[in-house]
Design a protein around this ligand. Sequence first.
Ligand code: DP6
Length: 325
Amino acid sequence: MKATAIAPSNIAFIKYWGKKNKRLRLPTNGSISMNLSNLQTTTTVEFSPRFKNDEVIIDGEKDINKTDRVIKHLDRIRKIANLNDRAKVVSKNNFPSDTGLSSSASAFAALTLAGISAAGINMSKKELSILARQGSGSACRSIPDGFVEWLDGETSDTSYAVSLYPPDYWHIADVVAIISNEKKEVSSTGGQEIVKSSPFFLTRLNHMRDKIEKLKLFLRERNFRQFGELIEAEALELHAIMITSQPSLIYWLPETVIIMKLVKKLRKGGLPVYFTINTGQDVHLIVEQKNIQRLLKKLKLIRGIKNLIVNYPAGGAKLTENHLF
Ligand code: DP6
């Protein structure tokens, strides 16, 4: 049977960085995110006795490193479905992968939903989220709709993401300023392995629960200023951990810093906008939808921005009949 799923990427406002169980991808802390309307992966999976081997084609290419991780996830699905058939997987991103735009989140959410459906299994969103998490942690947050919380959990069954609010709850946007399409030097998975080498990691963990509660309150109140201040401080804290890990991880490029400084200047000039940054050089600018055009006008003056992608809050992973093969 063949099935196709489309899943959004997501931007974390409170970040997942560090695992208490590497194999199961149980995070050291919970996280909060928003699904992104314009950064998507579409994946078709077919299981069939006709196939001799698993075949994985991502953005038109067969990449051995990525294939291994996908096959491991197919094995999880085969185990659940009690299936021995090999699979063909074709996947397409509508954005550059491996640059820090969280392609693993949308990729493993789409693979999970398409794979489980192709195997003829029905799963709840909670079960799908638990399974997606094992492929890539952030992928568990791309299963439910809109604004999402990943409950860190002590066991695999208690570590999954739930929707806090639907996409239309709050009219904010994530304008992604793409600075470079170069692949990142150290993957998120690799970076997380050295997180404990930062002298600040424990401090971060100690105030995490408090931070999550605060962010949920600002979300509930739709308090954009306090929400923005908190997510910007959180992104800087994440990068302080990365920069002080051993070996240090410096994902920023000069243009990243130029945009960070511009954001502060724009705020002083009366435009409420805040930044957040993941494992990469690109900057996510969080802004109220009514101010998108004003922001875009300012960003278009900055040399070094290769592309701007405007994202609205989006629904989670869903099935489609538009198969890729
Ligand atoms: C900085 O989910 O890519 O984007 O579980 O090893 O696949 P793995 O890591 P991944 O890490 C995402 C890190 C982040 C923060 C976040 O999205 O919460």
